[in-house]
Design a protein around this ligand. Structure first.
Ligand code: ZN
Length: 475
């Protein structure tokens, strides 16, 4: 055995609750879990390394199910804006000035942040995602679900009115579809990399291409990762293209896409009846509450979806907006916003938020046979959290385990001590191992400073509401 963690508070998630073991132990052998259970009766003597877990809580690696990590270089670029301005006037001028090297630097920063805060699986969503995985996720040691963006709509649509139907650029779609197909050859049987197809959204892909993508996914037993019902702009496009009364969910249903192989991100434009239909069809949902809260002022329907019996994951989406790639913050945001939205403090309890970020994420991404719980034979994706630091103290075990609410409402992500991905210790006693974090941060800072400077005139010309705030000395 390579590593044993003993005398720890264990949350295994291996049953319908949290699988709490008070004086627990975990044994890691190669990339697998060789022991999960009480310390009593466990013999760690043959382990190369024994970690004293007495001040630690040990849980499955967290799943950040939906991430555009390269945008991390644009952290802080587009907050506090009207939704209509966020993409084109806020973020757009910076994104348009970003070089491929900038995107890599941003992605390294985002993945470093996510791993350091306990995420072991990252649902990356990008154009040319294979290169990003080779350059960033693999060297930094993350498990990744690599989704290639498939989009047939031209980037600049500023000449179109809201009811003008987008024209599809078939060649653009074909190129993206073949890049997605390539991913499956490139990462065939790679234990850490799971490719997925990413038709970006129903209004951005033609039904013809969508059907072919769906067929290819079916043949490969792969999932479709789609932004679903993202709001007004999409709803108008769907009505104009598919006829009065058509909605994203109704069209996905007509096309035969509502099923367990669909990963539906956001979903805030769905009706309660549509959610019932999605849950019945086995569609998994990803809620990104920090992102949708910051950009749209909307709470994703995570609590409702989970309440209907649906499977829900959490995602941090992208940094310019929500501001972070920290699943601990995302759990708290999910819980807090669900409570305030419903006016019900019992909504999204801490145990449920924890399940969303672990086993829920694994199920939605189709990885539940490998990760999301601590069970013998599963992949050794394990996180330990220091329960002795001020933000976690006091943590008591009588008359109940306050570590559960403390992990959701008090932890900030900085309490993470160890992160194992497939048995590799990516974070050891708080120190990131695969790269020098100082170097990753310095490069991101340098590149971002140059990029923001380069884009300054374009950003001012785009004239978002932030320009006035800058002129008034608020930014
Ligand atoms: Zn997204």
């Amino acid at each position: 055995m390579d590593t044993a963690i003993v005398e720890t508070t264990l949350l295994t998630f291996a049953d319908d609750a949290l699988g709490i073991v008070e004086d627990g132990a975990v044994g890691i052998d190669g990339d697998e879990l060789a022991y999960v259970g009480p310390t009593d009766g466990f013999d760690p003597d043959d382990a190369d390394e024994v970690v004293d877990g007495s001040g630690l809580v040990t849980l499955p690696g967290l799943v950040d199910a939906h991430v555009h990590s390269s945008h991390t270089l644009l952290r802080g670029a587009a907050q506090d804006l009207p939704e209509i301005e966020w993409m084109n006037r806020g973020l757009g001028p910076f994104a348009a000035n970003a070089t491929p090297a900038d995107r890599i630097a941003g992605s390294r920063l985002g993945v470093l942040e996510a791993l350091s805060a306990g995420a072991t699986t990252i649902g990356e969503y990008a154009t040319e995602v294979g290169d990003l995985v080779e350059r960033v996720h693999r060297p930094l040691g993350a498990r990744v679900v690599a989704t290639e963006t498939i989009n047939e709509v031209r980037e600049d649509r500023s000449d179109l009115g809201p009811r003008d139907v987008y024209e599809f650029d078939r060649e653009r779609g074909e190129r993206a579809f073949s890049r997605a197909n390539e991913l499956f050859k490139r990462f065939d049987d790679d234990p850490l990399i799971t490719p997925m197809y990413g038709p970006q959204a129903l209004d951005m892909v033609s039904p013809e291409l969508l059907e072919r993508v769906h067929e290819a996914a079916h043949e490969r037993d792969a999932r479709l990762h789609v932004h679903v019902a993202q709001g007004e702009r999409e709803a108008i496009q769907i009505e104009e293209r598919y006829g009065a009364g058509a909605t994203t969910v109704s069209v996905l249903g007509d096309l035969g896409l509502l099923g367990p192989d669909l990963v539906a991100v956001h979903c805030h434009g769905t009706t309660p009846d549509e959610r019932t239909r999605m849950v019945e069809a086995g569609v998994g949902m990803v809620g990104c509450p920090s992102s949708i809260g910051a950009i749209d002022g909307i709470v994703p329907p995570m609590a409702h979806y989970a309440g209907l019996g649906g499977t829900v994951a959490l995602g941090t989406d992208q940094a310019p907006g929500p501001g972070h790639h920290d699943v601990f913050r995302e759990m708290r945001t999910a819980a807090l916003l669900s409570k305030t939205r419903s006016g019900d403090p019992t909504a999204m309890p801490s145990w449920e938020a924890l399940r969303l970020a672990t086993v829920g994420g694994a199920r939605v991404l189709g990885l539940a046979d490998r990760v999301g719980t601590l069970e013998v034979g599963k992949q050794a994706d394990v996180v330990t959290v220091d329960r002795t630091v001020p933000s976690m103290v006091p943590t008591v075990d009588r008359p109940f385990h306050t570590v559960v609410p403390n992990l959701v409402h008090s932890a900030t992500g900085r309490e993470v001590r160890d992160v194992f991905v497939a048995g590799e210790r990516v974070v050891e006693d708080g120190e990131f191992q695969p790269a020098d974090p100082g170097e990753v941060v310095a490069e991101a800072q340098e590149r971002a400073t140059a990029l923001f400077d380069r884009a300054a005139d374009d950003w001012r010309a785009a004239g978002s509401a932030l320009v006035d705030h800058v002129d008034a000395g608020r930014l």
